[in-house]
Design a protein around this ligand. Structure first.
Ligand code: TYD
Length: 137
């Protein structure tokens, strides 16, 4: 599969809105280009923190700002693109082979991630050089 940054995109999630507030949901097969088997989240993020700084060999992810806002920077080795996530009803889909970093977290922000697989350190490309070598091979 030829993964590149053009495959990464904002996905609008369903919103059920009434006087009691908003409800959004995500169903496997219906809303995402992958099936998820893990949910993790970043919270209590100190101002000035940088997260990410790696790529994945096989993992697909959807990142949602559950609360507050933050920036996500993507790089496929040729092209780069940045997104501001600030809405719980929009998710950023990131395909494999994309170097990503996250910064500019607002106070109290919540970064929620759906991932296609369980945590596996061997799926990580932890240095930019390893990432470039991997995508060229
Ligand atoms: P890492 O993926 O490097 O964090 P981020 O991309 O948000 O900066 O993970 C940080 C640590 O947490 C690392 O030791 C691996 C561990 N971890 C798990 O044990 N399970 C998980 O699902 C995730 C995402 C990380």
């Amino acid at each position: 599969m030829n993964y590149n940054i053009d495959k990464c995109k904002i996905i609008n999630l369903p919103v059920i809105s009434d006087a009691r507030g908003n409800l959004s949901f995500i169903e496997n097969e219906n809303h995402l280009p992958f099936s998820f088997s893990r949910f993790y989240y970043l919270y209590d993020i100190p101002g000035g923190s940088d997260r990410g700084g790696h790529a994945h060999k096989d993992l697909h992810q959807l990142i949602i700002a559950g609360s507050g806002s933050f920036h996500v920077h993507l790089d496929d080795g040729s092209k780069s693109r940045s997104f501001i996530l600030n809405s719980p009803n929009k998710g950023l889909y990131i395909c494999p082979h994309i170097w990503r970093s996250l910064d500019s977290f607002s106070s109290g922000s919540l970064c929620m991630v759906l991932a296609s697989d369980k945590y596996d350190e061997s799926d990580y490309l932890r240095t930019y050089d390893d990432f470039l070598t991997f995508i060229k091979s």
